[in-house]
Design a protein around this ligand. Structure first.
Ligand SMILES: Cc1cc2nc3c(=O)[nH]c(=O)nc-3n(C[C@H](O)[C@H](O)[C@H](O)COP(=O)(O)OP(=O)(O)OC[C@H]3O[C@@H](n4cnc5c(N)ncnc54)[C@H](O)[C@@H]3O)c2cc1C
Length: 374
C-alpha cells in the first residue's frame, strides 16, 4: 500500500475541512469515518457568522444558500424566573442541519480528490512523525506520513492514546431533535433551567432544532427517559413551556453522554488533533463548528509547510501547538465560565439583570467566545 501523505480520522467538520484544504494544496489525503452519510448529530446547528466566509472558501456556500438556511441576527437568553435578555449578534449567523452540512462537506472533499472511506472505525494509531504512521482498522494497516485526529469529543482512540482528560469524569448529557413549531424568526434562544440549558433556533425548511445540555444528575433526577425529561424541563422555564406546547417533533432524538469540556492537548503522540478532539467549547458559545472549520484550515496550513520540507517535526509540533492555543484557548476558557453561570438559575438571573442594565455586556461576552476566522 502506498503511504498517504495524510490520513484524517473522522469526517465531521474538522476532518472534512482539513482534508479539503490539504487536497487542494496537492497532498494525497485519505479520510476514514466510522459512520455512513447522511446522519443526524447532536448539535445546536447554529453556524456563527465567522463560518460563512470559510464555507464560501470551501465552495459549499451556494449549495447551502439554495437550501434556504435560517438567517439569525439576534440572541435571546432566559432564566427560569422569566428574566430575559435579547441583543444583536455581531453579524449574520445561519441555521443549517448537520444532516446536510456534514454530507455536503464530505462530498466536497471527495470532489477535491480525497479518498473517503466510510463505515470504517479506526482502532489504533501506531508510529510518529519521524518514522511515519500506521493507522489500524479492522481490515488493514494504512501507512501515512502524518495523521490528523478529527474524531470529535470522545472516541475509543482517546483510550488507546492514553489521553489524560479520560481520568476525569464528564457528567453531562446532550440531546437534540428537529421540530415543527412556532417560528423563531432570526433568533437563537437559550433557555436556562436547574442543571442545564436548552437552545432552540430555526434551520433550513422552517424546522426548528432543539438541543439541550444537562448535568447527568439533573437528567437522572427528573426523567431518565428523554420524553420524561423534556416534560420536566418545560415546567422549569416559561419560555420553553410556551414554545413546546405547540411544537411537534419531526426527527428521532439523538443523544450523547460523557462530554468533556476540560482542556486537552492539541498534539498527542505526534497525532495532530483538530476540532473537538483538540478541545470542545461550551455549546452556548455557538462556535464549535466555526472552530472545527477554521481548525481544519489551520492544520492544513501547518502540515503543508512540514510536508514541503520547510519545517522539521519539532518545528511543526511547536508551531501547531502555539497557534492552536493562541487561536482557540481563550474562547474555551470564556465558554466554560459562562456555562457555569448558565447551569445555575440564581447566577443566571443575576447575570441577566446586570445585562439588562448594561446591554453592552451581553455583546462583550459574545465577542469573548469567538474571534475573526483565519
Ligand atoms: C449539545 C451541543 C450543542 C452544540 N451546539 C453547537 C452550535 O449550535 N453551534 C456550533 O458551532 N457548535 C455547537 N456545538 C459544538 C459542535 O457540535 C462541535 O464543536 C463540532 O461538531 C466539532 O466538529 P468535529 O469535526 O471536531 O467533530 P464531529 O462533528 O463530532 O466529527 C467527528 C467524526 O469522527 C468520527 N469518528 C469518531 N471516532 C472515530 C474513529 N475511531 N474512526 C473513524 N471515525 C471516527 C465520528 O463518527 C464523527 O463523524 C455543540 C456541541 C454540543 C455538545
Amino acid at each position: 500500500m502506498n503511504p498517504a501523505s495524510v490520513i484524517v480520522i473522522g469526517g465531521g467538520l474538522a476532518g472534512s475541512s482539513a482534508a479539503i484544504y490539504l487536497a487542494r494544496l496537492g497532498w494525497t489525503v485519505t479520510l476514514m469515518e466510522r459512520r455512513a452519510y447522511p446522519h443526524h448529530k447532536v448539535c445546536g446547528e447554529f453556524l456563527s457568522p465567522e463560518c460563512v466566509p470559510l464555507l464560501r472558501e470551501m465552495g459549499v456556500w451556494d449549495t447551502i444558500a439554495q437550501a434556504m438556511p435560517a438567517t439569525i441576527t439576534r440572541a435571546r437568553i432566559t432564566a427560569p424566573d422569566g428574566l430575559c435578555w435579547e441583543g444583536d449578534l455581531p453579524g449574520t449567523a445561519i441555521g443549517f442541519s448537520r444532516y446536510r452540512l456534514d454530507h455536503l462537506l464530505i462530498q466536497t472533499a471527495q470532489s477535491a480528490g480525497v479518498q473517503v472511506i466510510t463505515e470504517t472505525p479506526v482502532k489504533a494509531i501506531h508510529g510518529n512523525l519521524v518514522n511515519g504512521f500506521q493507522v489500524e482498522t479492522h481490515q488493514a494497516h494504512w501507512p501515512a506520513q502524518v495523521v490528523i485526529g478529527a474524531y470529535g469529543k470522545r472516541s475509543g482512540l482517546d483510550r488507546t492514546l492514553a489521553r489524560p482528560f479520560l481520568t476525569r469524569s464528564h457528567p453531562y448529557i446532550a440531546i437534540k431533535a428537529h421540530f415543527s413549531g412556532d417560528a423563531i424568526p432570526h433568533r437563537v434562544e437559550l433557555h436556562g433551567f436547574t442543571g442545564g440549558y436548552c437552545g432552540i433556533s430555526e434551520i433550513e425548511g422552517g424546522q426548528v432544532n432543539l438541543c439541550l445540555l444537562a448535568r447527568l444528575s439533573a437528567f437522572q433526577a427528573h426523567g431518565e427517559t428523554i420524553d420524561r425529561f423534556i416534560t420536566w424541563m418545560q415546567t422549569q422555564n416559561p419560555y420553553l413551556a410556551l414554545w413546546l406546547r405547540t411544537a411537534h417533533r419531526v426527527s428521532e432524538w439523538v443523544s450523547i453522554a460523557q462530554i468533556p469540556f476540560v482542556p486537552k492537548a492539541a498534539i498527542e503522540h505526534d497525532v495532530l488533533m483538530s476540532g473537538d478532539a483538540a478541545g470542545l467549547i461550551a455549546p452556548l458559545a455557538g462556535d464549535g463548528m466555526g472552530m472545527a472549520l477554521s481548525g481544519g484550515k489551520l492544520i492544513a496550513q501547518h502540515l503543508d509547510r512540514y510536508l514541503r520540507g520547510e519545517w522539521d517535526a519539532d518545528t511543526l509540533r511547536q508551531r501547531y501547538h502555539a497557534a492552536w492555543n493562541r487561536q482557540f484557548s481563550p474562547r474555551l476558557w470564556w465558554g466554560r465560565r459562562l456555562q457555569a453561570v448558565m447551569f445555575r438559575p440564581h447566577l443566571l438571573g443575576l447575570g441577566l439583570r446586570v445585562m439588562q442594565r448594561w446591554p453592552a455586556l451581553g455583546s462583550f461576552f459574545i465577542r469573548q467566545t469567538r474571534q475573526e476566522a483565519v
